[in-house]
Write a protein that binds this ligand. Sequence first.
Ligand code: ZN
Length: 491
Amino acid sequence: MINVTFSDSLSGCLKMADYYAKESNNEIQDLKENLYSLYLNLDLGDVSEQPFGKKRENDFVKMFGNEDIPFMRKWFNSELKKIDKIEKLVKKGHDIRIWYTERTNEFCGFCWLLSMLDLWGVENNKILYVKLPQSILFDNGRYEIFGGSGMFEPKIISQLVNTQHYLTESYKNYHIRQWQRVREENAEMRVSINSQLLSVSADFYDSIIISEIGKLGDTFKQAEAIGNCLAKLWVYDSFVAWRIDEMIEKGLFEIVEEAKTGSQYYCRTLRKNIKGENLMENTKDDKRIIEVYDAYIEQCTNEPEAFLDATNGITYYAKKNYWLILETIDHFIRIGYDGINFFKKDNVFLNSLDYMKPCVYTYEGEEHDEYIRTLFCGERLKNTYEKKGHYYAEFDSFSIEIIPYEDNEELPQIDRKDFSSYKNLYGCERFITKKCKCGGVGKLLLKFDYIYVVRCDKCKSATNIAFTANEAIESWESGNIPEDLSDIVIE
Ligand SMILES: [Zn+2]
């Protein structure tokens, strides 16, 4: 008998199980005869070659990119040698028993091995298989789920061998067809769902991995994220590590601290809030800002906390835990104390953005987000940079300076109750395209935080008061300027 598994742990278990089988005088006692565990990882990488060649070898090595490459090549070749030995033994007439579960890499291995046995001309009556169950309800009422064949105890395995079957034509054909199909499709990855192999892209599990990372803090250990994912996904730690590496590559995370020497490379510390220089390119194209939120995580107060001041240039006074969120088609751009960060929308960390609820501090029950929206509407972010602890974001027609709230000694005194005069408001000039009959140019003025007018800079004719900047600008553009605001004070 030849015993083949796709798991080192199961092979170890079979050696013990063999002992129990003999001790209990089980009918089947050849559990460790010609025992081979094949470590093929066929759920990932190129599977087009039969037998395996260079493409498979390169992908096998690449899957463990952070490991020793010559060692991985050696490993791959030792797997090929095992396959050779199995081929020789079956061709000599030995029976073969294949142990597997429907965990993807084992299921791929099983379907692949049946294809090879067929190719080698091995008859069905020489092939046995033990399909290990995903769960067992024991006689004493205990219920257990098995994430893969490595999770069984030897005593249980010594019993489960009795569930073995000889291969039938129909069973063989079904599984060989599965393998043929995924070989032709030759996708980046395969998953086993409902006893079927499906070809998928390598980012298939990314949303689950990202949602697990979302539950961790802004700074987190890659190893912890991997551990949490393994509890949900029946994949290898090296796979999840690789997916997170790809996300680091894409700019979703930054490495804060490397792993200590001697430990796995992924025992390192990562941070979510990345500087998005490599994502800038995307926002430069036609990805115009379509929405803006002021965001906070603490309770709103009537006092201005972080706030945008557009009365004298455009400055964002940043406080910890308050952000201005700009939304483009593909990204959220977060402006705040920690600079300018990007979040790609399809990779949004739900838990981080949960607290970025659209909100602006309220003043006497009124919300004042409209003038912020007006500034950003239709703008593109062109550039970001940092200078002496201040961040700068350049848009199509204006730029914002981001100043830490407490660093600025000359904070404008905003006493809202005495805010009786109008202020010039910069940033909306491009929306004011018409000139006054007298030839003057329209200027957007703001009283308190919510009364807008557009006034001619020459004859001082003005629109009616409006509660949104857009409304005032629309009036101006339609030539509706009945007010005379020649006597008002401009601060
Ligand atoms: Zn005029």
